[in-house]
Design a protein around this ligand. Structure first.
Ligand code: SAM
Length: 222
């Protein structure tokens, strides 16, 4: 009951930031406290990112809400998410696209893929599949996608993600190292790609083949 009250207050504050009713109603349904480590549960409805271990974070609720709105999600869509993390963003998108839609969410860190999968299972989201892998390569198995949501910052737009976006599709992704911008990428029905700058953001880096390269100091290798 206490969580519900805090959630309602958070949603009210998001309404004041002009988030759409569709996204607000999804955020009202998703129990964010089930997507954070137990030590952070009491802060689950503060509008801020929180640590989820392994140097990663669950994004702030306003950022999740904003990305859902920018994606213009519709019922029944097939969505690819890069960076499952806690599974929370996937759950909010899953509420919007409903049971006729499907979310494929890729996570590169095994422990977080398991964390996301367990959280989604516990919260009852059967229309989300969590995949362990390098999301900078996309997920060709179920391409093309109506929407692609990237939740880690890439050095450049990964080519496979453009290829795996349906004509008429929308992708949102942060780009840059340190100084990052969020972009809305649209593919027209005849395949033309346009890129719109939404503004400055802060995300963890996208690590992978079409992402940043990780430096492993123990092995002295990239
Ligand atoms: N969407 C998440 C949520 O709701 O909790 C937040 C994700 S966190 C900001 C970004 C995630 O992207 C991290 O869990 C990180 O491990 C993951 N990541 C980074 N590079 C990746 C890649 N190449 N493929 C898949 N996941 C990646």
């Amino acid at each position: 009951m206490e969580y519900e009250r805090k959630r309602a207050l958070l949603v009210k504050s998001l309404k004041e930031q002009n988030i759409s009713d569709k996204t607000l109603s999804a955020m009202m349904k998703v129990p964010r406290h089930l997507f954070v480590p137990s030590v952070h549960m009491s802060q689950a409805y503060v509008d801020s990112p929180l640590p989820i271990g392994h140097a990663q974070t669950i994004s702030a609720p306003h950022m999740v809400a904003m990305m859902c709105d920018l994606l213009e999600l519709q019922e029944g869509q097939k969505v690819l998410e890069i960076g499952a993390g806690s599974g929370y963003n996937a759950a909010v998108m899953a509420e919007i696209i409903g049971q006729k839609g499907k979310i494929y969410s890729i996570e590169r860190l095994e422990k977080l893929a398991v964390f996301a999968w367990e959280n989604l299972e516990r919260a009852g989201y059967s229309n989300v599949e969590v995949i362990l892998g390098d999301g900078s390569l996309g997920y060709p198995d179920h391409a093309p996608y109506d929407r692609i949501c990237v939740t880690a910052s890439a050095p450049d737009t990964p080519k496979p993600l453009i290829e795996q976006l349906k004509p008429g599709g929308i992708m949102v992704l942060p780009e840059g190292e340190g100084y990052q911008r969020l972009y809305i990428i649209r593919k027209s029905m005849d395949g033309e790609v346009t890129k719109q700058d939404w503004g400055g953001v802060i995300f963890v880096p996208l690590i992978g083949h079409h992402g940043f390269k990780i430096y492993n100091s123990r092995r002295g290798q990239k």
